[in-house]
Ligand binder design. Sequence first.
Ligand code: NAD
Length: 288
Amino acid sequence: MADPVPAHPALASGAVAVVTGGASGIGLAAAARFAARGLKVAIADLPGEKLEAAAAHLAGIAPGGTADVLAVATDVSELSDIERLEAEVAERFGGTDVLLNNAGIQPGSALFGPLENWEKVIAVNLWGIILGSRVFGPKMIARGRPGLIVNTGSKQGITTPPGDPAYNVSKAGVKVFTEALAHELRNIEGCAVTAHLFIPGFVFTPLAAGGRTEKPAGAWTAEQTVDFMLERLEAGDFYILCPDNDVTRALDQKRIAWAAGDIIANRPPLSRWHKDYAAAFAAFVKGD
Ligand code: NAD
């Protein structure tokens, strides 16, 4: 089935999209969708063959071929790399209309485990989106055109399940930063750039594969997730809360409400995973 004609000008043919973490998974799927719609696409990822291969793949999709695709070796946790990325895109394509701050890592972490993991995860997942938004944002506003800044968060930054605290902290920061960004942008007179929090469910990508070579039944593909994101961007959603094959929107809503309810009901934090509250949470989900 052909893609619907996009209504948002930033998602229309001829616009310019920048995707960090664009050499793999969700980022590559987004870049491919953008290229197929006739956007000029810049992918930013760590240097190497994966980045080159992704650029070649995208050039095969883009109507203008290699002329419409730019690959920029970038470490999103480095301010100078992000500044260079913005400048290269501006020089090549004239500016940016869509910024998908999506690069992320999940090497695992333990609360009292190696500090290095904490530093790395927060540098890439949180500083990457802060730097990207701060460097590109003012230039996108000055361009005077409708624009989109989409930051990839996670349900793990909202319901914060135990097991990977550094990742949760980084993604909770992405949520808070992006909410503040949306508020900031909507209060700038004449600003046509909006911010959006993209919250994937379980998506089968190298980051989440955990050694699996086949997509588990519960996961969505990266393409499904990106199609959902595009549909919700067209609808104007700020919170782009994606389901997957295991978790419906209704279940997500219950989990989010329960997490917020920990404060309101003065329960212990993460009570969803506390043995004394297991029955109450199960009943809440069932709707009792
Ligand atoms: P992925 O590993 O396929 O893609 C992530 C990309 O980011 C890779 O190409 C990697 O090289 C790149 N990257 C890593 N560090 C970087 C750096 N310092 N600078 C530039 N690029 C860097 O994983 P994915 O699942 O597509 O992840 C994309 C985003 O989606 C991440 O932010 C991830 O946290 C988020 N997410 C994924 C899932 C899931 O189930 N896959 C769920 C929720 C959120």
